[in-house]
Design a protein around this ligand. Sequence first.
Ligand SMILES: Nc1ncnc2c1ncn2[C@@H]1O[C@H](COP(=O)(O)OP(=O)(O)OP(=O)(O)O)[C@@H](O)[C@H]1O
Ligand SMILES: [Mg+2]
Length: 384
Amino acid sequence: MIRLEKVTKIYPGTNVPAVNDVDLEVQKGEICVLIGSSGCGKTTLMRMINRLIPITSGTIYIDDQNILDIDPIELRRHIGYAIQQIGLFPHMTVYDNIATVPRLLKWEKKRIDERVDELLNLVQLEPAQFRHRYPRELSGGQAQRIGVARAMATDPPVMLMDEPFGAIDPINREVLQDEFLKIQSQIKKTIVFITHDIHEAIKMGDRITLLDAGRLVQFGTPEELLTNPKNQFVKDFVGADRALKRLDLLKVRDAMLENPVHCHESDDVASVAQAMREKGLNFLLVNDPRDRLKGYVTLRDLYDQSGKVGDFTKPMTLTVRPEQNLKDALSKMLTFDIGIVVAVDNDGKLMGVLNTMTLAQVVGQTYDEHGGRWGKITAGGKIL
Ligand SMILES: Nc1ncnc2c1ncn2[C@@H]1O[C@H](COP(=O)(O)OP(=O)(O)OP(=O)(O)O)[C@@H](O)[C@H]1O
Ligand SMILES: [Mg+2]
């Protein structure tokens, strides 16, 4: 989809290339993360793709077409660009900023209105509250989200995102990353994504490109970079806690115990209490008739009671989804000081449970420091 062949950039008046002989291929529908220290050439490389910076030598193709053969304005209409310095037009409202390109493309007002609201919701800003504000009335992180919304306005097939979440606090950043990945799994854009943050790279990237002083050092999946760093530079960059970072790559599904013991809300209290006592359970999950999680009961709640279990069920305030990142789940468990968390799917159906034991197993056993080999994990947290 996007292919760079021996691409070099030497800025006029300098003699050290900002980008040096880079070959790179970004597949359609993939997020390719560019990472590296400040000044290593990430922004320069990105801006050559939409022709905001002329290439010194080498060629860039989009869909096998040399970008020099495409009218630059036409090219940029098909490439959403969220720039590093946010770059909102200061004299225009949030609405007008987002509507810039749709207007150029002569969309109808109703369609633009709907799209602006849709995008504001997407970046978690209440449309009624933010639509009419000016950039100076936004925090840095909010302005950055508007920048992302603007880049996505016309639903371009290719997106260039230069540190799109860089100014956003860690908690909101996680929310936006998750939201973004959820949407990306449906819309499958081809995305070049710059970050400084190795965690973000591992979480967001289908592939990661590590640059150093304008040169490509390693290109591969997050898994490859973590398990098989090409040299000391990559090792230092991904960090000594590679085993923990790998949690970013694992999903709740990889570690959860499937088919957890549960009862149904229509079950009889006395027989459930009896079964719990026999099995030594103080706590039991309760499903509704369609096997969606209703909540849980404790043995104490059922003591000397009669009727249906549903009447004694308490809701589960914190759940995770099987496709959620394991590190996020672990961090929730630590934050809320709970030893067990239940995984439900989007319909609320009970899928499995995670407990600290399975997590400890996964963290402890996936990486064998001596052999230097990653173990394979099967569903249910068993390690092969
Ligand atoms: N217009 C310019 N003229 C001359 N040199 C430039 C110009 N723009 C960037 N550079 C230099 O090119 C190199 C790469 O810059 P670039 O902005 O691509 O880095 P970056 O990896 O995006 O850094 P950061 O992480 O800080 O955003 C730097 O050494 C920078 O000083
Ligand atoms: Mg930059």
